[in-house]
Design a protein around this ligand. Structure first.
Ligand code: KIV
Ligand code: ZN
Length: 514
């Protein structure tokens, strides 16, 4: 099995990616991303961790009901309750996988699990035996694998394969590995374990040392792994996970090295990146490989000259092959409701009721009055705003008047509703955004702490909408508020109110922690 030339892409944006602070998503947001992952043709979508919460269970079930082409997977600890819950959530999926894990490093076994190695071995075996009644597609991960003892790993992995595990995923849970050692470890494990060929070997890397992509690729080239676990934009806790777009484009661009086939439709990469960024509020840095705004911009004169003579002088991938060329003007002021609705469908945005379409169309018209060209990115931001706004809607932005002049203290007057009642508040601050947030807080008195603030241009040019993320923290809960508008101070007010709505919301946003 491991000699196959096919590299399986296992996306865990909706599970491990979602564990980033503030990145938790609603069920509908997860379904939207899952549809885009299906368009991207990922082989396996890890949709969540069913036993973590009722919200995550429902999201997996909803994804399992609508996705037809990708295998749907749920994570579960190595116990019967978690596995049964995963199986139940996955029931509607045409192809399902249960991914069960238990820690195998001395540190995790002693401190976290308080279990002896023999108990861990027994529990791992029992988990696979139990999972087999639900599906033949079972993945096992020895958590903290890269810090586990090799002899013990050999015993555990041989035993779980004998019990029926079909994928062995080797995780670098804490991002401690370095490429050669990581690849060699997998190679030796495969060599030492007598039944290793009965499973597909997989890698799952975290990016704490900036080595997640390099480690994953070494796992493939040196170790012989044939599945990479990754997330869109490298989203994930701490420094994130292996970035899907980077491993896919490395394998695609260097067939001379990797000699592997991929099922991915790379032209869907940029759309997936933008969708994940807009929904989670995690902006993509401009110099990020493949999906950053500058990834294909050749600014220096020497490069431009070379590019004009022949693209290959400085370009190893074509922007259009990863979906950059898809950015085009799609709609304008005169576009009707039907054209708008059709574009929503083409973008995989499935608004359920006619009221939702009407609300989104009204916002589109408002935007088209102020912005002559509307891009796909604008439509996606508009729907994201609408979804954020529909979550409880305790706070709603109405209007903003703001003044700033060199040498004077900026002031802002914000009108917003709180529980349906309109309030007008004024504030001052170091800058226009500070004045705006101070004005809102005078009335809202939320007690929230702003822990991150970022502004990103949605499309090119100064007429672009600004997309603002405000990460708020209160009593240990962290949320990302997102707002967009051609006026970046208005976008900031909307982002702040969206964050307050999330903190206030009773709608469960799942952030499953291991
Ligand atoms: O990082 C990790 O170890 C994980 C496992 C559950 C695979 O996410
Ligand atoms: Zn992980």
């Amino acid at each position: 099995m491991t000699n196959s030339n096919r590299l399986i892409i296992f996306d865990t944006t909706l599970r491990d990616g979602e564990q980033s602070p503030g990145a938790s998503m609603t069920r509908d947001e997860k379904v939207r991303i899952a549809r885009q992952l299906e368009r991207l043709r990922v082989d396996v979508i890890e949709a969540g961790f069913a036993a973590a919460s009722p919200g995550d269970f429902e999201a997996i079930r909803a994804i399992a009901s609508v996705i037809k082409d990708s295998t749907i997977c749920s994570l579960s600890r190595a116990n019967e309750r978690d596995i049964a819950r995963a199986a139940e959530a996955l029931m509607p999926a045409p192809r399902k996988r249960i991914h069960t894990f238990i820690a195998t490093s001395p540190l995790h076994m002693q401190i976290k699990l308080r279990m002896q190695p023999e108990q861990v071995l027994e529990q791992a075996k029992q988990a696979i035996r139990y999972a087999r009644q639900y599906t033949d597609d079972i993945e096992f991960s020895p958590e903290d694998g890269s810090r586990s003892e090799e002899d013990f790993l050999c015993r555990v992995l041989e035993a779980v394969i004998a019990e029926g595990a079909t994928t062995i995923n080797f995780p670098d849970t804490v991002g401690y590995a370095v490429p050669e050692v990581f690849g060699e470890t997998i190679r030796r494990l495969r060599e030492r374990i007598p039944n290793s060929d009965e499973a597909v070997w997989s890698v799952h890397c975290h990016n704490d040392l900036g080595l997640a992509v390099a480690n994953s690729l070494a796992g493939v080239t040196i170790g012989g792994a044939r599945q990479i676990e990754c997330t869109i934009n490298g989203l994930g806790e701490r420094a994130g996970n292996t970035a899907l777009e980077e491993v896919v484009m490395a394998v695609r661009t260097r067939p001379d090295i990797f000699k592997l086939e991929l099922g991915i439709d790379t032209t869907q990469i940029v759309a997936a990146s933008k969708m994940v960024s807009q929904i989670t509020g995690f902006a993509v840095q401009p110099n990020k490989a493949v999906v950053g705004a500058n990834a294909f911009a050749h600014a220096s004169g020497i490069h431009q000259d070379g590019m004009l003579k022949s693209r290959e002088t400085y370009e190893i991938m074509r922007a259009e092959d990863v979906g950059w060329a898809a950015t085009k003007i799609v709609l304008g002021k005169l576009s009707g409701r039907n054209a708008f609705k059709q574009r929503l469908q083409e973008l995989g945005i499935d608004l359920k009721t006619e009221e939702e379409v009407n609300a989104a169309f009204a916002r589109f018209k408002e935007l088209a009055d102020r912005k002559s060209e509307i891009f796909d990115e604008d439509i996606m931001a508009l729907v994201s705003d609408e979804e954020h706004a529909s979550e409880g809607e305790h706070y709603r932005f109405v209007s903003l008047a703001q003044q700033s002049e060199t040498g004077k203290t900026p002031t802002a007057k914000v009108v917003f509703t709180m529980d349906g009642k309109e309030h007008t508040c004024e504030g001052q601050g170091d800058g226009p955004v500070d004045a705006t947030v101070n004005a809102i807080e005078k009335q809202a008195a939320s007690g929230a702490e702003l822990v991150l603030f970022s502004i990103n241009a949605i499309s090119n040019g100064t007429e672009s909408q600004g997309e603002v993320t405000m990460r708020l923290s209160r009593s240990g809960r962290i949320v990302n508020g997102v707002g967009s508008d051609p006026d970046i101070v208005v976008a900031s007010a909307k982002a702040y109110l969206s964050g307050l709505n999330k903190l206030h919301s009773k709608i469960e946003r799942v952030n499953p922690q291991l």
